[in-house]
Write a protein that binds this ligand. Structure first.
Ligand code: SAM
Length: 278
């Protein structure tokens, strides 16, 4: 049985239909799974945290490669399938939780996990891609890399280089914490059901040190947010309306940096930004 047949078989056996509200698009392309596993560079020393294992297609490959796989799944229906499939493996831990509510520090302590051996691997639920990535980065969860499937246009934004046309507030947040890398484009027909958009696998390698030394990270993210939020305003007005500093002071700094004060913000389709930027 190939992966597509196996997925259809499991869905029929357990009377499952994909829940759109939970972003369920199940991977049926074996080659994509192998490429995700290869890119995430897992060894028998590594602890993998998989977000949203679903029916377990990627999970099965991860269990083979990793020392331990901790899978976090919100949907009870998936939980019973995953238990049936993998509970006999002693390197598999299943958590029936909402990933956005997980306290990763506690989890790491409870499971007695070595901090520099944790890798995140996932075909993410697209409706919460940004909150998940920002939670992992801002909570400074001790992971070395995050290899994830996301919507292609989100991949473009997450991996853009600051200053590029595609860059948004999220680009700067991710750039601050990670070196980014595109792994592969994934066509719609690699999933059941097919999503409306193409997907891409990206890898975020967590930096040991941020690219700039800051006393106040929070302040940086406030400025980034203010710069991108009020897109019809000039940079000067945007920053001063957000209360970053007095207008005169901002004017002086922008002049000093030779940044055009009247520069209008570009428009951004996806205006979701990181929690620090709120
Ligand atoms: N990994 C599977 C695969 O590749 O076929 C399924 C991926 S599917 C795109 C996303 C998965 O994330 C679903 O199983 C869904 O139930 C789960 N999910 C959605 N929201 C979640 C949340 N807040 N916390 C944990 N899992 C979630």
């Amino acid at each position: 049985m190939n992966l597509e047949q196996e997925t259809k078989f499991l869905m029929k056996k357990y009377n499952i239909s994909a829940n759109k509200n939970l972003g369920q698009n199940f991977l049926i392309n074996e080659e994509v799974i192998q490429n995700i596993v290869k890119a995430s560079d897992i060894s028998k020393e590594d602890i993998v945290i998989e977000i949203g294992p679903g029916l377990g297609s990627l999970t099965a490959a991860l269990i083979e490669k990793a020392k331990k796989v901790i899978a976090i799944e919100i949907d009870n229906k998936m939980i019973s399938i995953l238990k049936d499939r993998f509970s006999l493996y002693d390197n598999f831990i299943l958590l029936n939780e909402d990933v956005l509510k997980i306290n990763f520090d506690n989890l790491i302590k409870e499971k007695n996990i070595e901090k520099d051996k944790i890798k995140i691997v996932a075909n993410l639920p697209y409706y919460i891609t940004t909150p998940i990535i920002m939670k992992l980065l801002e909570d400074k969860v001790s992971v070395t890399s995050i290899t994830v499937m996301v919507q292609k246009e989100v991949a473009d934004r997450l991996t853009a280089i600051p200053g590029e046309k595609l860059a948004g507030a999220i680009t700067y947040c991710v750039y601050y914490y990670c070196e980014t890398q595109k792994v592969m484009l994934v066509p719609k027909d690699s999933f059941i059901p097919s999503p409306q958009v193409d997907s891409e696998v990206i890898k975020l390698n967590i930096r040991k040190n941020p690219p700039i030394n800051l006393k106040n990270e929070k302040r940086l993210f406030q400025i980034i947010k203010a710069s991108f939020m009020q897109r019809r305003k000039t940079l000067l007005n945007g920053l001063s309306n957000a209360g970053i500093a007095q207008k005169e002071e901002i004017k002086n700094v922008l002049d000093l940096l030779r940044i055009a004060r009247k520069h209008k913000r570009r428009s951004f389709n996806n205006r979701t930004i990181c929690r620090n930027c709120k």
